[in-house]
Design a protein around this ligand. Structure first.
Ligand code: MN
Length: 235
């Protein structure tokens, strides 16, 4: 079984009244959910989704199927929640799997929260945003830098709670000791470029890095809620 050290931090930011992000730090599962919807419904949506994932994290060793089932169940739980008619949430994260082939890491994503990996000197985004601006970037219509300030940057094209069929992306990776994973809501990446994130992610232990990143997002404007989980693979 892969072991981890982890840290986490979240902030409402400087503009929003409520923190609609939720997160889960419960090995073998780490996840960030960014809720959306009027009248604080987003707060409910992200908490409902994370609550379902928490149940699966406590249920024992995870498989790809178990994580996909958890995401499907989380989707139905958000749709079925009676507290608001229109609400949804992103969800992204990292699961440690026990497979016949040995230990594996599964990165999963629905929406525009992100997972990054820092391995030796290579730092990069693993997930692909499900957002209108990502479609425009792929089409070559705008640059990633323009996407960060584009007026439609907050429009997600996939989320839990919008459709009975949820289509999560997932990737399988080897658990390499020394690798550091960053799981974050768009409050971080809306304020900071990847180049600005890297030195803060690299400095200090997991908790120090998580707190420094959230503080930097607030410092840069704090227009949105920001949540950061930092996970180190130990062995
Ligand atoms: Mn957000």
């Amino acid at each position: 079984m892969t072991r981890f050290f982890h840290g986490a931090a979240t902030s409402t930011g400087r503009v929003r009244r409520v923190n609609e992000d939720s997160y889960l730090v419960l090995p073998p599962l780490f996840a960030v959910a960014d809720g959306m919807g009027g009248h604080d419904a987003g707060e409910v949506a992200s908490a409902v989704a994370v609550g379902v994932l928490e149940r699966y994290a406590r249920s024992g060793p995870l498989s790809v199927d178990a994580v996909l089932t958890a995401l499907d169940e989380a989707n139905r739980a958000v749709i079925g929640n009676a507290e608001a008619v229109r609400m949804g949430t992103t969800v992204t994260g990292l699961a440690s799997l026990v497979t016949p082939a040995g230990s594996q890491l599964m990165v999963f994503n629905v929406g525009d929260s992100r997972v990054y990996r820092l391995a030796d000197d290579h730092f990069g985004q693993l997930t692909v945003d499900h957002s209108e601006v990502q479609e425009l970037v792929l089409a070559g219509a705008i640059t990633p830098e323009q996407a960060r300030t584009h007026p439609r940057r907050n429009i997600v094209t996939r989320a839990l709670g919008s459709d009975y069929v949820v289509r999560p992306d997932h990737w399988l990776l080897p658990p390499l000791p020394g690798d550091r994973y960053l799981i974050c809501s768009d409050g971080l990446t809306g304020e900071l470029t990847d180049e600005e994130i890297l030195p803060l992610l690299r400095a200090g232990d997991q908790q120090q890095a998580a707190e420094a990143l959230v503080a930097a997002a607030d410092e840069a404007g704090g227009h949105d809620n920001t949540t950061v989980i930092v996970v180190d693979v130990i062995g």
